[in-house]
Design a protein around this ligand. Structure first.
Ligand code: ADP
Ligand code: ASP
Ligand code: MG
Length: 418
């Protein structure tokens, strides 16, 4: 079996959906399982709905309407017959969403988030599978929540591999084109959970692992994995072949083309991952597999924006020792702040972090009781794998460097601003 993952960019409009059909025609869809994300920027739009819901904003209705209109437009473009059953199915999904918002009593933001945000994937896969059937492909729509079981850590749920393996081995039939949602799972009470933003790549890896798939292909708007994000580096070049280890490193440092959790399950079973262009599906793209580390061997640039550089120093000039460091890390973990770089000296300790959930000001008030806290907001973290002096110069030119750290294969540079 082959697992294909189509992300938001590939299904952002009707043309994108027709293109998925073309990709399947060109590459074949025998024994293929499709994992699909929400269309375009739907997840972001649903995050606005969730925020409006919690703030009891007068814009709640219009934000839901925006999501509906966007999908309606795609439906009207794909299905000329207004009596096609897909219109009613999608309308019912939105009614479910409204019912949930009306009746929900839970004040738990993360729980509510998952129940609402999941609508993006439910709707996108419904539209895609209805369209594939409409085009004559025998298609099976699968609710991934009956397969991927997780704990109840909403918004960042941990997979229960044993249960998930059991469900997938027992119940996936391969005689038609299976289409299911990325990013979602469910907990033991069957409430929807999500695997973390951009988690659909990971879903593809979970299915591939449990099905002993032949390969995973993630279809992108770029030719494959490049040595830098082509949005920011105009000379970015395609990498033909990357080892699992190198890909894990690149994803870990933030090369957003692959979700970092994706590689480990694939590496365990040596299932190759192909990253290919959905615009030119017959080009080879990038192959992540066992073998050569990086071909061609270029320095690779990874950029993380909107970071915080925090420096903690002891108030009384005492050393910052292991127990302080472990306490600080525990707090970061508790406040869901992700640490991307660490540097310490005798009496100070600096970290570059990502505060996705805006928890830093609360944490700062706790840290300030024990440490002197200095911080720079809005810094950018550049990571260069296999750095050269020339590569470092490219990053540093005309910038204010706040911190630089070099290890054997990796250079990290923090600059002020973007
Ligand atoms: P999806 O539609 O699957 O969610 P993403 O938008 O998450 O796709 O990922 C594709 C984007 O990743 C590209 O448009 C590109 O800008 C960005 N990207 C970041 N780093 C790289 C890289 N090293 N190589 C290729 N693309 C990259
Ligand atoms: N739709 C989800 C997101 O935008 C998951 C994904 O696309 O991978 O984060
Ligand atoms: Mg994505």
């Amino acid at each position: 079996m082959r697992v294909y993952k189509f992300g938001g960019a590939s299904v952002k409009d009707a043309e994108g959906i027709r293109n998925v059909y073309d990709v399947l025609q060109k590459t074949g869809y025998e024994d293929v399982l499709l994992i699909v994300s929400a269309m375009g920027k739907t997840t972001n739009a649903l995050e606005v709905v969730i925020k409006n819901y919690f703030e009891q904003s007068s814009e709640l209705q219009s934000s839901v309407q925006d999501v509906k209109n966007y999908h309606d437009q795609i439906l009207l473009d794909l299905f000329s017959d207004p009596n096609h059953p897909v219109f009613e199915i999608i309308a019912n999904h939105f009614t479910d969403l409204e019912c949930f918002m009306e009746h929900n009593k839970s004040p738990n933001y993360n729980f509510v988030y998952d129940q609402i945000v999941s609508m993006g994937e439910i709707v996108s896969t419904t539209i895609l599978s209805q369209f594939m059937s409409f085009m004559g492909i025998d298609t099976q729509w699968i609710d991934v929540r009956n397969f991927i079981k997780t704990d109840a850590n909403y918004r960042d749920a941990e997979v229960d591999w044993e249960l998930t393996q059991e469900n997938i081995s027992k119940n996936i039939k391969t005689n038609s084109l299976n289409i299911t949602q990325g990013f979602l799972g469910s907990d033991e009470n069957n409430f929807t959970t999500t695997l973390g933003r951009e988690g659909s790549d990971y879903t593809a890896a979970i299915f591939a692992y449990c099905l002993n798939a032949e390969s995973v292909t993630i279809w992108k708007d770029v030719p494959g994995v490049m040595n830098a994000d082509p949005r920011y580096f105009e000379n970015a070049s395609l990498l033909n072949q990357i080892s699992y280890r190198e890909a894990i490193e690149l994803a870990f440092y933030g090369a957003s083309v692959i979700h970092p959790k994706t590689l480990q399950p694939l590496q365990k079973k040596e299932i190759p991952l192909y990253v290919k262009s959905f615009i030119n599906p017959l080009l080879p793209g990038t192959s992540v597999a066992k073998g050569v580390d990086l071909e061609p061997f270029y320095p690779c640039f990874i950029v993380k924006r909107e970071q915080l550089l925090i420096s903690l120093s002891s108030i009384d000039f005492s050393f910052i020792m292991e127990e302080n460091i472990s306490e600080i890390f525990k707090l970061f973990h508790e406040y869901q702040i992700k640490v991307n770089l660490i540097q310490n000296s005798a009496i100070s300790f600096s970290v570059c972090v990502e505060d996705k959930f805006s928890n830093f000001s609360e944490l700062n008030s706790i840290l300030s009781k024990k440490f002197k806290v200095d911080f720079n907001e809005n810094v950018t973290l550049y990571t260069i794998r296999h750095f050269t002096e020339e590569a470092a110069t490219t990053v540093e030119a005309n910038k204010t460097v706040l911190l630089k750290q070099v290890s054997r294969e990796t250079m990290q540079i923090i600059i002020q601003g973007t």
